[in-house]
Write a protein that binds this ligand. Sequence first.
Ligand code: UDP
Ligand code: BGC
Ligand code: MN
Length: 302
Amino acid sequence: MILKINQRNYHLTDIAVRTACALLVIYCLLPWRFASHYKYLHGHEIRKELVEHVTSNISMQQYNSRVLHGDDILTGGEYFPNDCSSSFSTAIIVPYRKREEQLHAFLIYMHNYLRKQRIHYRIFLIEQYDQKPFNRAKLFNIGSIIAAEMEFPCLILHDVDLLPMNLGQIYACTQKPRHMCSALDIFRFTLPYRGLFGGVVAIRTQQYRFINGMSNLFEGWGGEDDDFYNRLCSHKIDICRFGPIYSKYTMIRHKPEEKNENRLELLRNGFKRFLTDGLNSLTYKEKERRIHSLFTHILVET
Ligand code: UDP
Ligand code: BGC
Ligand code: MN
């Protein structure tokens, strides 16, 4: 009996040692297979990659002519510094349904964080107001249209439960679309795979339009961000990231959502629909637009 247990233990140790050796060999020979080796912009390269563009949209004109006291957040969750002129105008688009606690934390944290960056921004909350499965990508498409109407040149597509941990992750667009949360705590601050392009992403409004936005067909959890990445690749648009120290985010913990069983199939044949499924096929109904003190609330039926 004792002999058998010893033999089994030896066998398991043997397998573990062999697996570790195999991984080490692959790691040394093919380091690019591991996403932790992803390419990123170094600190000194960031400045020249940023796209400076301030909108002359209506609320800016309206408020610029007034004297504002202090660094107030304007109704609708808009802000720009009044003691200097900002170089960037950013629409932060948050897809949302039934995450009240997270939303509360997000708004307080983000306004404090973003005001320190001295940029012009506005937070748009796009709430799915029906009982259908949640459609994150479609909500981003809707948000992009509303932000474009208000002349925002830069979109940041932002999960409500992700909070940036380093002020250096500037909420502005780079020439290339940027994956911003590449060092996420739930993934032990490493990137699980190189094509991950979800969570928090910055993209120029014109680039988002150029690739026809995101697919409207992903219902429930998963895959829509991978399809978005494939769209960029198919248009030969490269992405970028900042270094891990700038890209640290924390996720407010929550129960996992129900997975979309169709997602792999949709992803496999997504390339057939890049030109026909997206902004140009988007249908929705805007139920209401509420201008709250900390955000612009768009309620939609998808
Ligand atoms: N979301 C939401 N309500 C839902 C499902 C998703 O508001 O019922 C939004 C929310 O912004 C969330 C994002 O979609 O952060 C991504 O969903 P989730 O956090 O479940 O995905 P994860 O990235 O954690 O796998
Ligand atoms: C899903 C993505 C998700 C990623 C990280 C992938 O398997 O398709 O939608 O963002 O995992 O959780
Ligand atoms: Mn989440």
